[in-house]
Design a protein around this ligand. Structure first.
Ligand code: AMP
Length: 281
C-alpha cells in the first residue's frame, strides 16, 4: 500500500519510523511518470528499505514562456504505477505548501556549470531545480536519492550541491532509459505528433553517429550536421568533460560526454551519451 503525503508535516511524521528502523531513498520527479522513472524506483529499492517518490511540478525551475502550465499532470495514473512497483510513500505537495511565501524566496545558486548549456538556454532553471531538491532533502532527509543520467547537467549540479553544502544524502545515478528505437523516455514525449516523434529519433542517432569520431571537433561536426534543419531547431550539441561539465578542446580524444538540446516542432528535448573519441583511428 502506497501512502500519499501532501503536507510537509505529514511527510515528516510518516518518515520518523522508517528512518529509525532502516534507510530511506528519495526519487524526485515532476510526475507524468513513465518506465524511465520506474527504473529509478527499482534502483532506489535496491539501495534503501523505504522508498519515497516526490511528485511536484516545480514552478521555480520553469522560465517565462516555458511549459509550466501545460506540463502533463497525471496524478492518479502516476500513483497506480508507483503502487505497482511497491513504492512506500508518495510526497505530492501543492505549490503553496512548498512556497508559502511566494516564489521569490531564498534560492540555491548552482556552481558555474549551472550557467552554461541548459543553464544558458533556460536562465534560472538550475537554481530552481537545486532549490527544490534541497527543500525535498530537508523534508524527507533521505539517506540516498536517485537521479537520472537523462538530465546529466542536473545530476552533475546536484552532486556539486551535496558536496559544496555538506548535505548527508548520497546521490545515485540511474542510466538513461530509452524506447526500443533509441528515443530517450521523457514526460515531454507525449507532446510529440507522429511526425515529430520520427524526427526526434535524430537526437539519439546524432549521439550514436558522433561516437568513435577522431576527436571532439569531428564529433561536434557530425552531431550538429545530424540535427540541422528539417523541423529540428538545435539549441546546442556540445562535448563536455564529465568531471567538470566544461566543454573539452577540439583536439580532445578519449572519453567525453556529448550533450544536446533541440526543439522538435514545439517540444524541447534533451539527450546525452558518453562518447569514446579517437580510438578507432
Ligand atoms: P522528471 O520528472 O522528468 O523531471 O524526472 C525525474 C527524474 O527522472 C530525474 O532524475 C530524471 O533524470 C529522471 N528521468 C527522466 N526520464 C528518464 C529516463 N528516460 N531515463 C532515466 N532517468 C530519467
Amino acid at each position: 500500500m502506497t501512502t500519499i503525503l501532501t503536507t510537509i508535516a505529514e511527510a515528516r511524521e510518516a518518515l520518523v519510523d522508517p528512518r529509525s528502523t532502516g534507510t530511506t531513498a528519495l526519487v524526485p520527479t515532476m510526475g507524468a511518470l513513465h518506465e524511465g522513472h520506474l527504473s529509478l524506483v527499482r534502483l532506489a529499492k535496491e539501495h534503501a528499505d523505504f522508498v519515497v517518490v516526490s511528485i511536484f511540478v516545480n514552478p521555480t525551475q520553469f522560465g517565462p514562456g516555458e511549459d509550466f502550465d501545460r506540463y502533463p499532470r497525471t496524478f492518479d495514473a502516476d500513483v497506480a504505477l508507483l503502487e505497482s512497483v511497491g513504492v512506500d510513500a508518495v510526497f505530492a505537495p501543492a505549490v503553496d505548501e512548498m512556497y508559502p511565501h511566494g516564489l521569490d524566496q531564498t534560492l540555491v545558486t548552482g556552481d558555474p556549470a549551472s550557467r552554461i548549456l541548459e543553464g544558458a538556454h533556460r536562465p534560472g532553471h538550475f537554481d530552481g531545480a537545486l532549490t527544490i531538491v534541497h527543500k525535498l532533502f530537508s523534508i524527507i532527509e533521505p539517506d540516498v536519492a536517485i537521479f537520472g543520467e537523462k538530465d546529466a547537467q542536473q545530476l552533475f549540479l546536484v552532486r556539486a550541491m551535496v558536496d559544496d553544502l555538506n548535505l548527508r544524502t548520497a546521490i545515485i545515478a540511474a542510466p538513461i532509459n530509452r524506447e526500443d528505437d533509441g528515443l530517450a523516455r521523457s514526460s515531454r514525449n507525449r507532446y510529440l505528433s507522429d511526425a515529430d516523434r520520427s524526427l526526434a529519433l535524430r537526437l539519439s542517432a546524432a549521439l550514436r553517429a558522433a561516437d568513435g569520431a577522431k576527436d571532439a571537433d569531428a564529433a561536434r561536426a557530425i552531431g550538429r550536421a545530424h540535427l540541422d534543419g528539417d523541423g529540428i531547431v538545435l539549441d546546442y550539441f556540445e562535448l563536455v568533460d564529465p568531471a567538470t561539465f566544461l566543454p573539452v578542446d577540439g583536439t580532445h580524444t578519449g572519453q567525453a560526454l556529448a550533450v544536446l538540446a533541440a526543439r522538435v516542432g514545439t517540444t524541447r528535448l534533451i539527450d546525452n551519451q558518453l562518447l569514446t573519441l579517437g580510438l578507432a583511428n
